[in-house]
Design a protein around this ligand. Structure first.
Ligand SMILES: NC(=O)c1ccc[n+]([C@@H]2O[C@H](COP(=O)([O-])OP(=O)(O)OC[C@H]3O[C@@H](n4cnc5c(N)ncnc54)[C@H](OP(=O)(O)O)[C@@H]3O)[C@@H](O)[C@H]2O)c1
Length: 334
């Protein structure tokens, strides 16, 4: 089968190779992959910035969708013909994450799915919401589940809350969609007025260009009635932390997710004096994934895909992600 491999760091080091088609073990399922989605982590991994000790050659990507074509002798929950997605952590089924489950992430610690076939543990696949295409479903394992965990599983938002999400990448656009699904008001930032207009079409009530308004934390607080927002989906990291803290209400929650913006020096005083809860989010469990899929299906929600690349254009897809011209998700399809 054709499989992408990271053979050395740098986008030139990502190459298509011939590998034996995998045989499913007794508790594994064999998937004929149909579509994949990119996450910022895939870019960092390929460039050697995620895990500098990555075992190579390594098949990249955590997120994909396809059809089950064979199952091992002990598999009971899936059958050939089922349409499924991978899960980011193959071994994190439910409950709290452990050191062991945190080491089961696809596309870095374990072989990823950017290949014609993937053999995954029975517990590491989830049935697709029936109304989605393979490309749409391929966006769910990492970005969607992270947004769901940040807002719903850990974030516990309520109808009527106001939430802030940063930028218009994969995680943030899912956060916008899930927040609207739960009756929350959404404030969103972007470097592009054109992208902000698209975010308003998806239901954002207040939008701010963070390039034109570097002190956007105060502005967001004003939008939220001077009180501040209830929750921030914090994908920027060091470079946005203090503005996000300034945007939050007393006792609000910061779901800490990403590292898009360089910078540092957290204003610890503002965190403790305002009783802000800083909650680290690392994707989510299979149980959360199943709950999210029920909500996606019940609300007939469709992920926002910016662009779909052909299988032999994975490098171009990663370069497109690096350019940050996208709005929502970028996919690859057979
Ligand atoms: N903890 C976890 O489990 C987890 C899971 C998924 C992702 N992540 C992390 O979350 C981050 C987002 O991932 P993603 O896959 O959604 O990335 P992505 O789709 O590549 O998002 C890129 C977008 O982020 C926005 N952005 C970049 N720099 C920014 C800044 N300084 N301030 C505000 N927005 C900025 C830009 O939006 P505009 O063009 O609109 O300005 C850019 O287009 C990454 O750091 C990723 O590693 C973490």
């Amino acid at each position: 089968m054709k499989a992408y491999q990271i053979e050395e760091f740098g986008l030139d080091g990502l190459r298509i190779a011939d590998r034996p088609k995998p045989e499913p073990g007794p508790r594994q399922v064999l998937i004929r992959m149909q579509a994949w989605s990119l996450n910022y982590r895939d870019l960092l991994t390929a460039k050697g910035l995620y895990n500098p000790r990555l075992k190579m050659p390594r098949i990249p990507f955590s997120d994909g969708a396809g059809e089950v074509v064979a199952v091992g002798t002990e598999v009971t929950s899936v059958k050939p013909g089922d349409r499924v997605t991978s899960t980011f952590f193959e071994g994190w089924k439910s409950g709290a994450a452990t050191d062991a489950t945190a080491r089961t992430a696809l596309g870095a610690e374990r072989e990823g799915v950017l290949a014609e076939y993937a053999a995954l543990d029975e517990d590491g696949v989830i049935p697709m919401p029936a109304h989605l295409t393979y490309a749409e479903a391929s966006t769910l394992p990492c970005a969607a589940l992270t947004a769901w965990n940040a807002l719903v599983a850990e974030g516990k938002i309520n109808s009527g809350d106001t939430i802030l999400t940063l930028g218009t990448g994969g995680v943030s656009i899912f956060a916008l969609q899930f927040a609207r699904m739960h009756g929350a008001r959404v404030v969103i930032t972007s470097s592009s007025d054109e992208k902000l207009a698209k975010a308003r079409q998806l239901g954002a009530v207040h939008t701010i260009n963070y390039k034109n308004t570097p002190d956007w934390g105060k502005k967001v607080r004003e939008f939220a009635g001077g009180r501040g927002v209830d929750l921030v989906v914090e994908v920027g990291g060091g470079g946005t932390f203090n503005q996000s803290a300034a945007a939050l209400r007393r006792g609000g929650t910061m779901s800490l997710i990403g590292v898009l913006a360089s910078g540092g020096g957290a204003n610890v005083l503002s965190i403790l004096m305002n009783g802000i809860r800083v909650q680290g989010i690392f994707v989510g469990s299979g149980e959360m994934f199943a709950a999210m899929n029920r909500a996606v299906e019940a609300n007939q929600m469709h992920p926002v895909i910016d662009r779909i690349f052909a299988f032999d254009k994975a490098r171009e897809a990663l370069e497109y992600m690096e350019s940050a011209r996208h709005f929502g998700k970028i996919c690859i399809q057979i």
